[in-house]
Design a protein around this ligand. Structure first.
Ligand code: SF4
Length: 215
């Protein structure tokens, strides 16, 4: 397993310097699946912002609702809008490899976005759209109660941390989210890594930082 992970890391261009022990303790806190289902249903019929007019479907999120690790991106793109699932396509496959290299699987984490509907032509989310949609993500975070949040990319990081700081300022540190001070680490978006593969090693060091923060 460890060798597989090492092979995967090397395949995606990350040199392995160090491996940290994974905390496999489960966080069985979602004892109200009905609340989760109601939330998902509300999102699927939501018309709180104009993005409902152009979406194919909402993208609620995928994974284990008892996950320790919660990955949050910006918004669905074209492939996600068609499939109804976050992080599919090339960038999604690279995120899967990063998750696997962290000793986890796509099924054992939860993956969501700030926005549940695709902005036309993949433009950046507008502030009013984020303000309309953020209530859903906040409820998801409350129900999942993860040990660590990974903000995937600049837009997600800026929205979650309510800042306009750059990625250079945001990555490489442990931040905290919400009243429960959930540790939050920022990583580069896999779409950016596909364009700038030399930055992949920084993602690995940020993942190690995230592992440290919960061990
Ligand atoms: S983006 Fe969010 S707030 Fe806007 S319509 Fe979709 S689910 Fe509702």
């Amino acid at each position: 397993m460890l060798q597989n992970r090492k092979d995967t890391l090397q395949k995606i261009g990350i040199d392995v310097y160090h491996h940290r022990k994974k905390d496999s303790e489960k966080n069985l806190n979602v004892d109200q699946p009905d609340v989760w289902e109601v939330l998902e249903k509300n999102v699927s019929s939501c018309q709180q912002c104009s993005l409902h007019e152009s979406r194919t479907q909402t993208v609620f999120g995928v994974g284990d609702i008892n996950a320790d690790w919660l990955f949050i991106g910006e918004a669905p793109g074209k492939d996600e809008d068609i499939k109804g699932e976050p992080f599919v396509g090339r960038a999604g496959r690279l995120l899967n490899e990063i998750i696997f290299a962290s000793g986890l699987s796509r099924e054992s984490v939860f993956i969501a976005n700030i926005l549940k509907c695709r902005p036309p032509n993949n433009r950046d989310p507008k502030q009013e759209e984020v303000e309309s949609c953020f209530v859903y993500l906040k409820k998801q975070i409350e129900l999942i109660n993860p040990k660590i949040i990974i903000a995937v990319g600049k837009i997600a990081a800026q929205q979650l941390l309510d800042t306009d700081q750059t990625m250079a300022d945001l990555r490489g540190s442990i931040h905290s989210f919400g009243e429960n001070n959930i540790p939050l680490v920022v990583i580069y978006h896999p779409a950016y890594l596909l364009r700038s593969p030399t930055q992949k090693s920084k993602v690995w060091s940020d993942i190690l930082l995230a592992q440290d923060s919960i061990n």
